[in-house]
Design a protein around this ligand. Structure first.
Ligand code: TYC
Length: 105
Protein backbone atom coordinates (compact mmCIF):
# COMPACT_ATOMS: atom_id res chain seq x y z
CA UNK A 1 0.00 0.00 0.00
CA UNK A 2 1.54 3.42 -0.95
CA UNK A 3 2.03 5.94 1.85
CA UNK A 4 -0.72 8.54 2.32
CA UNK A 5 0.40 11.84 0.73
CA UNK A 6 1.53 14.36 3.29
CA UNK A 7 2.12 11.71 5.98
CA UNK A 8 5.41 10.17 6.97
CA UNK A 9 6.02 6.49 7.36
CA UNK A 10 7.39 5.23 10.69
CA UNK A 11 10.68 6.88 11.56
CA UNK A 12 12.88 6.03 14.51
CA UNK A 13 12.47 8.44 17.41
CA UNK A 14 15.69 10.47 17.45
CA UNK A 15 15.88 10.61 21.27
CA UNK A 16 15.87 6.89 21.96
CA UNK A 17 15.92 4.87 18.74
CA UNK A 18 14.35 2.08 20.79
CA UNK A 19 10.91 1.01 21.89
CA UNK A 20 9.91 2.31 25.31
CA UNK A 21 9.96 -0.36 28.03
CA UNK A 22 6.56 -1.34 29.27
CA UNK A 23 7.71 -2.84 32.56
CA UNK A 24 10.74 -1.92 34.66
CA UNK A 25 13.31 -4.70 34.57
CA UNK A 26 15.08 -6.36 37.49
CA UNK A 27 18.43 -8.09 37.77
CA UNK A 28 18.46 -11.53 39.39
CA UNK A 29 21.73 -12.19 41.21
CA UNK A 30 23.23 -15.48 42.35
CA UNK A 31 25.26 -15.36 45.57
CA UNK A 32 28.02 -17.70 46.60
CA UNK A 33 27.92 -19.71 49.81
CA UNK A 34 30.15 -22.38 51.35
CA UNK A 35 27.58 -25.17 51.55
CA UNK A 36 25.48 -25.63 48.41
CA UNK A 37 27.05 -28.24 46.11
CA UNK A 38 28.17 -26.91 42.72
CA UNK A 39 26.08 -29.54 40.93
CA UNK A 40 22.96 -28.36 42.73
CA UNK A 41 23.54 -24.72 41.74
CA UNK A 42 23.86 -25.82 38.12
CA UNK A 43 20.67 -27.91 38.41
CA UNK A 44 18.72 -24.90 39.72
CA UNK A 45 20.02 -22.62 36.98
CA UNK A 46 19.02 -25.18 34.34
CA UNK A 47 15.63 -26.15 35.75
CA UNK A 48 14.36 -22.84 37.08
CA UNK A 49 16.09 -20.29 34.88
CA UNK A 50 16.14 -22.53 31.79
CA UNK A 51 19.83 -21.89 31.12
CA UNK A 52 21.82 -24.43 29.14
CA UNK A 53 24.54 -26.54 30.75
CA UNK A 54 27.49 -24.39 29.65
CA UNK A 55 25.88 -21.10 30.70
CA UNK A 56 24.85 -22.61 34.04
CA UNK A 57 28.34 -23.90 34.81
CA UNK A 58 29.91 -20.55 33.84
CA UNK A 59 27.51 -18.61 36.08
CA UNK A 60 27.97 -20.99 38.99
CA UNK A 61 31.77 -20.64 38.71
CA UNK A 62 31.51 -16.85 38.43
CA UNK A 63 29.50 -16.72 41.68
CA UNK A 64 31.83 -19.26 43.31
CA UNK A 65 34.99 -17.31 42.52
CA UNK A 66 33.78 -13.69 42.63
CA UNK A 67 30.91 -13.91 45.15
CA UNK A 68 28.04 -12.93 42.89
CA UNK A 69 26.84 -13.41 39.30
CA UNK A 70 24.12 -11.83 37.15
CA UNK A 71 21.71 -14.60 36.12
CA UNK A 72 18.99 -12.86 34.13
CA UNK A 73 17.14 -9.56 33.66
CA UNK A 74 13.36 -9.88 33.74
CA UNK A 75 10.18 -8.31 35.06
CA UNK A 76 9.65 -8.01 38.81
CA UNK A 77 6.97 -10.72 38.80
CA UNK A 78 9.13 -13.14 36.82
CA UNK A 79 12.14 -12.47 39.06
CA UNK A 80 10.13 -12.97 42.25
CA UNK A 81 8.63 -16.19 40.90
CA UNK A 82 11.96 -17.67 39.79
CA UNK A 83 13.73 -16.75 43.04
CA UNK A 84 10.91 -18.25 45.08
CA UNK A 85 11.07 -21.47 43.04
CA UNK A 86 14.86 -21.66 43.39
CA UNK A 87 14.78 -21.11 47.15
CA UNK A 88 11.98 -23.68 47.44
CA UNK A 89 14.22 -26.25 45.74
CA UNK A 90 17.16 -25.48 48.03
CA UNK A 91 15.63 -25.05 51.50
CA UNK A 92 14.16 -28.56 52.02
CA UNK A 93 17.64 -29.93 51.23
CA UNK A 94 19.20 -27.62 53.82
CA UNK A 95 21.13 -25.56 51.25
CA UNK A 96 21.49 -21.81 51.87
CA UNK A 97 21.60 -21.08 48.11
CA UNK A 98 20.57 -17.44 47.71
CA UNK A 99 19.26 -15.37 44.82
CA UNK A 100 18.39 -11.68 45.12
CA UNK A 101 16.94 -9.07 42.80
CA UNK A 102 17.56 -5.37 42.19
CA UNK A 103 16.02 -2.83 39.80
CA UNK A 104 17.98 -2.37 36.57
CA UNK A 105 18.39 1.40 37.05
N1 TYC B 1 30.79 -22.37 46.85
C1 TYC B 1 30.02 -23.58 46.73
C2 TYC B 1 30.89 -24.78 46.99
O1 TYC B 1 32.09 -24.67 47.00
C3 TYC B 1 29.37 -23.71 45.35
C4 TYC B 1 28.50 -22.55 45.00
C5 TYC B 1 28.71 -21.84 43.82
C6 TYC B 1 27.46 -22.17 45.87
C7 TYC B 1 27.91 -20.77 43.49
C8 TYC B 1 26.65 -21.10 45.53
O2 TYC B 1 26.05 -19.35 44.01
C9 TYC B 1 26.86 -20.40 44.34
N2 TYC B 1 30.27 -25.95 47.18
Amino acid sequence: MPPTPGRTTALPRPETDAEPRLAPMWRVLLHNDDVTPMEFVVKVLREIFKLNAIASIKLMLEAHFSGVALVVVETREQAEFHIDQAHSMARPRGYPLTFSMEPEE
